[in-house]
Design a binder for this molecule. Structure first.
Ligand code: L34
Length: 291
């Protein structure tokens, strides 16, 4: 069984980015600048955003965090977005999701300048992705693609089952993997909460990507021998540790790893890759902003 090590792969990618940034700054250019907006106090979101800030600094980026109260209005948030859109020193920014229920995610995403949308969530960027044009790929699907490539996992002609149709992971990934591109050319099935007989589908799948957000949803009896499982689920479960929770994936790692050809762990799988690819998108935004 091959452990697909997202933590190590993400560190490799960060090294590549860091070396590129070094050359740029040694030549007198300013550093790339990534900003994150975090609304509220959700401990998991806080941890992810802090990770993004830490990793940004590690590769030599300027990083800033705008932390806002849960009570901020949609209009106030839109104002902050407007100022980031105008701020020439900010190359890219993200608005960490989920947002409080009184704020409309889509309205916020639509307000982001597509050239600074390093999450790749703006409809213009999603449209470019579907058309196969160069754009910012959403970081989690991009990270999954990168793991597949760096671990030489064959996708051409394979049956790929993606479980979960979220805007952040399942939907874009289903498009990317069916396209004529590296880590593409697969026969993709996109399953979701209304799918019937999931087990029939999962037993036929050569590659299964879970992105539904249900702890230990995918069980060993649902997969065939030699399957590749990529687990994009990050579920926090309350426990007695100091931080009060621990992370588990959507797949039953212990049991499935006995049958799988390759599998990603949680933590240490897709999560770190999401951040590495966000940095890659930011470097891309920066280069475009300079030129
Ligand atoms: N706007 N919102 C926006 N963009 C995103 O790309 C995200 N996502 C998802 C949630 N909301 C978002 C993230 O950043 C999920 N996500 C994310 C990013 C990083 C990690 C997990 C989720 C991560 O670093 N995971 C580590 C463990 C971290 C820990 O121990 O707390 C891992 O090894 O999986």
């Amino acid at each position: 069984m091959i452990l697909i090590d997202g933590k190590k792969t993400a560190a490799d990618i960060r090294d590549e980015i860091r070396r590129e940034v070094e050359v740029l700054t040694e030549n007198g250019q300013r550093a790339p600048h990534l900003t994150a907006i975090l609304v509220g106090e959700d401990p998991a979101s806080w941890a992810y955003v802090k990770n993004k800030e830490r990793q940004s600094k590690k590769v030599g980026f300027t990083s800033s965090l705008i932390h806002l109260s849960d009570h901020i209005s949609e209009a106030e948030l839109l104002n902050i977005i407007d100022s980031l859109n105008k701020d020439k020193s900010v190359d890219g920014y993200i608005v960490q999701l989920p947002l409080p229920s009184h704020i409309d995610d889509q309205k916020i995403i639509m307000a982001i300048n597509p050239d600074k949308d390093v999450d790749g969530f703006h409809p213009l960027n999603l449209g470019k992705m579907i058309a196969g044009l160069p754009t910012f790929l959403p970081a989690t699907p991009y990270g999954i693609i990168e793991l597949i490539l760096r671990y030489d996992i064959e996708t051409t002609g394979k049956n790929v089952l993606i479980i979960g149709r979220s805007l952040i992971v399942g939907r874009p990934l289903s498009i990317l993997m069916s396209q004529k591109r590296p880590a593409g050319n697969a026969t993709v099935t996109l399953a979701h909460s209304k799918t019937k007989n999931l087990k029939n589908l999962s037993l036929k799948a050569d590659i299964i990507i879970t992105a539904l957000g249900q702890p230990l949803f995918l069980k060993a009896d649902m997969v065939k021998e030699g399957v590749v499982v990529i687990d994009a689920g990050i579920n926090s479960i309350d426990d007695t540790s100091k931080r009060g929770y621990r992370l588990v994936g959507d797949a039953d790692f212990d049991a499935i790893s006995k049958k799988a050809k390759a599998i990603t762990p949680v933590p240490g799988g897709v999560g770190p890759m999401t951040i590495a690819m966000l940095l890659k998108n930011t470097l891309k935004a920066y280069k475009k902003n300079l030129s």
